[in-house]
Design a protein. Structure first.
Length: 232
C-alpha cells in the first residue's frame, strides 16, 4: 500500500485530507512540523509528501531542503496559503513537484496525489529504460545511465535525479526541439497537473550546474516560443 505523509499543523486539514486519501486506498501518516516530518521519513519512508509551507519551527521550504539533502526523492506537493508566484518558484527550485493554494478542494488534492503517485511509478520505469540506453558518443559531456553519473570536461556534475533525467534525455536527442509539455511527458512521466514552469526551473538549474564547470558550453539552448534543445 502506498504511503502519504501529511505535514501540517492544522488538525482540521489533516483530518479531512486523511479521510479522503484513506478512501482512495492510501496509507496516511501525519506530522505537525518539519522536524517531526523528517523523523517520520527516517522511520518509515513515504511514497509522497504533502507539505505545508507555513509550519511552526522550520518552515516547509527548509523541511523540503533538508529532505532532499538527505536523499529523499519522493514526490512533493506544497500546501500554501500565500499563493504568491515567488513561493511557487522557490518551491520548484527546491524540488517540489506541485503546489496547492489554501483553501483547496480535498477532492482535487486527492486527484493530484493520485496523478503524482502514478507518475512516480512511470518515472521509475523510465529510469530503468534509461539505464539500458548507451551513453552519448565520446565528447566533453559523458553520461553513464547505469550508474546515473555525468561528467563535463572530466568533472563530475552534482545533479539531482530529475536534473540527470532531463540532461540524459536531451543529450540522447541532439538538435531536436522539445516543448515543455513534451519534456513533462518524457522526463517527468506525465503532464497531469504540473505547471510547465517546472521544466523552466529545472532547465535553469541544470544550466547553472553546467556553467559552473564549463562557462562557455551552451549545451541546452532555448527555441523561443517552442521549447529546448541539446547542442553538444
Amino acid at each position: 500500500m502506498q504511503r502519504v505523509l501529511i505535514v501540517d499543523d492544522e488538525p482540521a486539514i489533516v483530518a479531512a485530507v486523511r479521510e479522503r486519501l484513506q478512501r482512495e486506498g492510501l496509507a496516511v501518516q501525519s506530522a505537525p512540523d518539519g522536524e517531526a516530518a523528517l523523523a517520520a521519513l527516517t522511520a518509515a519512508p513515504a511514497d509522497l509528501l504533502l507539505l505545508d509551507i507555513g509550519l511552526p519551527g522550520i518552515d516547509g521550504f527548509e523541511t523540503l531542503r533538508r529532505a532532499r539533502a538527505q536523499g529523499y526523492d519522493l514526490p512533493v506537493i506544497l500546501l500554501t496559503a500565500r499563493g504568491d508566484e515567488i513561493d511557487r518558484v522557490v518551491g520548484l527550485e527546491l524540488g517540489a513537484d506541485d503546489y496547492v493554494v489554501k483553501p483547496f478542494s480535498v477532492r482535487e488534492l486527492a486527484a493530484r496525489v493520485r496523478a503524482l503517485l502514478r507518475r512516480s511509478g512511470e518515472v521509475a520505469a523510465l529510469r530503468a529504460r534509461l539505464a539500458e540506453v548507451a551513453a552519448p558518443p565520446a565528447g566533453p559531456l559523458q553520461i553513464d545511465p547505469a550508474r546515473r553519473r555525468a561528467t563535463l570536461n572530466g568533472v563530475a556534475l552534482d545533479l539531482r535525479p530529475r536534473e540527470f533525467d532531463l540532461l540524459a534525455f536531451l543529450a540522447r536527442h541532439p538538435g531536436q526541439v522539445f516543448s515543455r509539455d513534451a519534456l513533462l511527458r518524457q522526463v517527468w512521466g506525465q503532464e497531469g497537473f504540473l505547471d510547465a514552469r517546472t521544466v523552466d526551473v529545472h532547465v535553469r538549474r541544470l544550466r547553472a550546474r553546467l556553467a559552473a564547470v564549463a562557462p562557455d558550453a551552451d549545451l541546452i539552448q532555448t527555441e523561443r516560443g517552442v521549447g529546448y534543445r541539446f547542442e553538444g
